[in-house]
Design a protein around this ligand. Structure first.
Ligand SMILES: C[S@@+](CC[C@H](N)C(=O)[O-])C[C@H]1O[C@@H](n2cnc3c(N)ncnc32)[C@H](O)[C@@H]1O
Length: 285
């Protein structure tokens, strides 16, 4: 890329900058010998956003450092959880995938998809443009039909998705990863209602929800502009019941339980009583 092109590329800001931070975490995981997934494009997204491998980590006290490591760990576990969910959805015959708030998710490029799979990436225009520039630079080739849908999820995104070719009459697997925590509660409810209205029976869904109390624990002294400073909503007390109200049979998993299942057990005992977890898989009734 020339210096001119580099300067033209829009730089991460606001809520979508968090997507580049997530890519950096995936790049670090990819380097591990026993990586839970490999995301070969993650490093390029992070570097394009100014987050190189040797970028200084933000300053802060020991508690802040531990919180940061906790968030990084949760991103790795949720990525693996949703990779598995997508594999299972493909195996069940679903050929329509929608990534809501797709950010720098590179699953279209790094996962094996059955022939006929159409994958829609929904996010606002800026991150999708930034992503497209990096994908061009890396000469990345999608392994399914990939369709980007630039739209704000607070606007008429079902209309934009339908115009892009999504067919609500056949099952879809929906992913909202690291997204709902950035939307106020009424926007989360509206999003769920709209997803549900676009979901044929047998559709599936993978969600990540902010656990109860996380905003107070992480957000209170979060640095301005950091991901945690933009968190606004947490999971309901009973996520399974909540989703049943929208017509979904859901399971909730804790980070601790999934981490142990993936061979990355959390060494420290839980500090508080374990509540329902924020890793959700669901099937539309
Ligand atoms: C933490 S990132 C997660 C990205 C991706 N799901 C992943 O896990 O790699 C949050 C993403 O949600 C997107 N997002 C947040 N609010 C949005 C909105 N109102 N409309 C569309 N996208 C939104 C951001 O642009 C960003 O890409």
């Amino acid at each position: 890329m020339t210096d001119e092109q580099e300067q033209e590329r829009v730089q991460p800001s606001g809520v979508w900058a968090t997507a580049v931070g997530v890519a950096r975490v995936r790049a670090l995981e990819t380097e591990r010998e026993n990586a839970l997934f490999r995301d070969p494009l993650a490093q390029a997204f992070a570097a394009a956003g100014g987050l190189g491998p040797s970028s200084p980590t933000p300053s802060g006290d020991e508690a802040a450092r531990r919180r940061r490591l906790g968030v990084m760990f949760s991103i790795v576990i949720r990525t693996k959880f949703l990779d598995d969910l997508l594999w299972q959805a493909s195996a069940s015959g679903i050929r329509q995938v929608v990534l809501l708030g797709a950010g720098m998710d590179s699953r279209a490029f790094r996962m094996d998809w059955p022939a006929g799979t159409r994958l829609f990436e929904v996010d606002t225009a800026e991150p999708l443009d930034f992503k497209a520039a990096v994908l061009r630079q890396e000469r990345a080739v999608a392994r399914c039909e990939r369709i980007t849908v630039p739209v704000d999820l607070r606007e008429d995104w079902p209309g934009a998705l339908a115009a892009a070719g999504h067919d609500p009459a056949v099952p879809t697997v929906w992913i909202a990863e690291g997204l709902l925590i950035y939307l106020p509660e009424d926007a989360v409810e509206l999003l769920l209602a709209r997803i549900s209205a676009q979901s044929a029976a047998g559709s599936r869904m993978g969600l990540t929800l902010g656990s109860r109390g996380v905003i107070e624990r992480f957000g209170a002294d979060a640095a301005p502009g950091s991901a945690a400073s933009m968190w606004v909503s947490e999971m309901p007390d009973d996520p399974v019941g909540w989703l049943a109200g929208y017509g979904w049979a859901a399971d909730s998993h804790t980070l601790r339980e999934r981490a142990a299942a993936y061979g990355r057990p959390i060494g420290t005992p839980p500090r508080r009583e374990e509540r329902p977890g924020g890793l959700i898989s669901a099937v539309r009734r």
